[in-house]
Design a binder for this molecule. Structure first.
Ligand code: NAD
Length: 407
């Protein structure tokens, strides 16, 4: 299951339900620029290792390339290509003035010391600095990267280029140009999208939620849904999962994971596998880990009423068809997890203007965008008699078409 092939299929599937200019479709199939780099890293024991890294700049039609940097042992060019294409669509669905890009390094960061991780992060910037910049390409965190890593990267970029805007990387630490609200932005945006569509989708307040993945996105989503009165019945990380039909104490689970680096042995809960968590009975299933989790082989066993995709690419096109036929709603990634890039764009804007907005201001603006765009996508899906993903892609492709320079 190649995520880039899935992304291309999603383009075609949207084009099949509405009129999309054929030139736009052709252009969206190819990134504007793809850079593959090698990064030499001197390990703490003195040996030299070479790591492979990437930056894919998919579309600048609507603004500078924007998208996270992923550190993962399975990351490769095709994955980054898919993620970059989805970023172009996401920024267009959110109607923010950004294009799409994505980056990564093929590495298991758990195998590196902190000093090695810092040198590798800085190495990525040393290779790519010539193609980045506040008006060119503005990276952010993704899987296994966080504000500390982004802080190193922003610092390295400034050292190399002398840039004074501090607007080339977003997701920076607070106090180093970061924005209030960025850490919880993706989870919060997902909640706003869900809440805006909740009644139309027929979900009651306080419903039961299962969450796969508990990093930045899944962990914050668990907290936010719980604080809004929802019952989180299951949570998982890459190695372990737990379930409690009456609801987990989310704060206690997060504290347990922080202390023990696993969920195994969490008192009072039953174990569940990462595949099993997807099939548990729940009102809302939130995949918040990696791609290709809901596929043709398990879509028939999904036991949720609605899927809120906070991960990128968790559902394959084949699974989409099964879910649609079964009446299971999917709030698609390019809408549901746009909160991260929206608040990243607020950070970029604050840096360029030399401002610092309050958390309330940031979250109010985020809420407004998520509500407006969620309703727009829903209305389009109803009009086209199609699923929310095709509707979101259709809207994104129209907005990109309007911005594409004539060739
Ligand atoms: P993260 O590194 O903070 O956390 C990833 C989580 O997924 C961890 O809990 C990890 O244990 C878990 N995980 C890894 N492999 C897994 C597997 N095979 N099964 C189950 N769990 C697994 O990353 P994140 O920033 O939370 O990103 C999660 C997803 O959300 C990714 O798809 C990412 O692209 C997407 N996303 C992130 C942001 C953001 O702002 N960070 C924004 C939009 C979308």
């Amino acid at each position: 299951m190649n995520p880039f092939e899935n992304a291309l299929k999603q383009l075609d599937r949207a084009a099949a339900v509405t009129q999309i200019h054929p030139d736009t479709l052709k252009r969206m199939r190819e990134a504007e620029r793809e850079v593959r780099i090698s990064i030499p890293l001197k390990r703490d024991n003195g040996t030299l290792e070479i790591f492979e890294g990437y930056r894919v700049q998919h579309s600048s039609a609507r603004g500078p390339y924007k998208g996270g940097i992923r550190f993962h042992s399975e990351t490769n060019m095709d994955e980054v290509r898919a993620l970059a294409l989805w970023m172009s669509m996401k920024c267009a669905v959110a109607d923010i003035p950004m294009g799409g890009g994505k980056g990564g390094i093929t590495v298991d960061p758990k195998q590196l010391s902190k000093a090695e991780l810092e040198r590798l992060s800085r190495g990525w910037v040393q290779r790519l600095a010539p193609v980045l910049g506040p008006r060119v390409d503005v990276p952010a965190p993704d899987v296994n990267t966080n504000s500390e890593i982004i802080g190193w990267m922003a610092d390295e970029y400034q050292k190399i280029t002398g840039d004074k805007t501090n607007a080339t990387f977003t997701g920076k630490p607070l106090g180093k140009g970061g924005s209030e609200g960025r850490v919880q932005a993706t989870g919060m945006g997902g909640f706003y999208a869900f809440d805006a569509l909740r009644e139309q989708l027929g979900i009651k307040e306080g419903a039961r939620i299962s969450i796969q993945g508990m990093g930045n996105v899944g962990g914050n989503a668990a907290k936010i849904f719980n604080e809004h009165g929802y019952t989180v019945v299951a949570m998982s990380d890459s190695k372990s999962g737990i379930v409690h039909s009456k609801g987990l104490d989310v704060a206690a689970v997060l504290a347990y994971k922080e202390k023990n680096h696993t969920l195994e042995g969490f008192p009072g809960a039953k174990k569940v596998t990462n595949e099993g968590i997807l099939e548990l009975p729940a009102d809302v299933l939130i995949p918040a880990a990696l791609e290709n989790q809901i596929t043709a082989s398990n879509a028939a066993h999904i036991n949720a009423h609605t899927i809120l995709e906070l991960a990128n690419g968790p559902t394959t096109p084949e699974a989409d068809d099964v879910l649609f036929a079964r009446g299971i709603h999917v709030i698609p990634d390019i809408l549901a997890n746009a909160g991260g890039v929206i608040v990243s764009t607020f950070e970029w804007e604050q840096n360029l203007k030399g401002e610092h907005w309050s958390e309330k201001e940031v979250l109010d603006k985020l809420k407004k965008i998520m509500e407006t765009q969620s309703r727009t996508v829903y209305e389009r899906a109803v009009k086209l008699k199609t699923d929310l993903r095709r509707a979101a892609f259709a809207i994104a492709l129209e907005r990109i078409t309007a911005a594409l320079p004539r060739t």
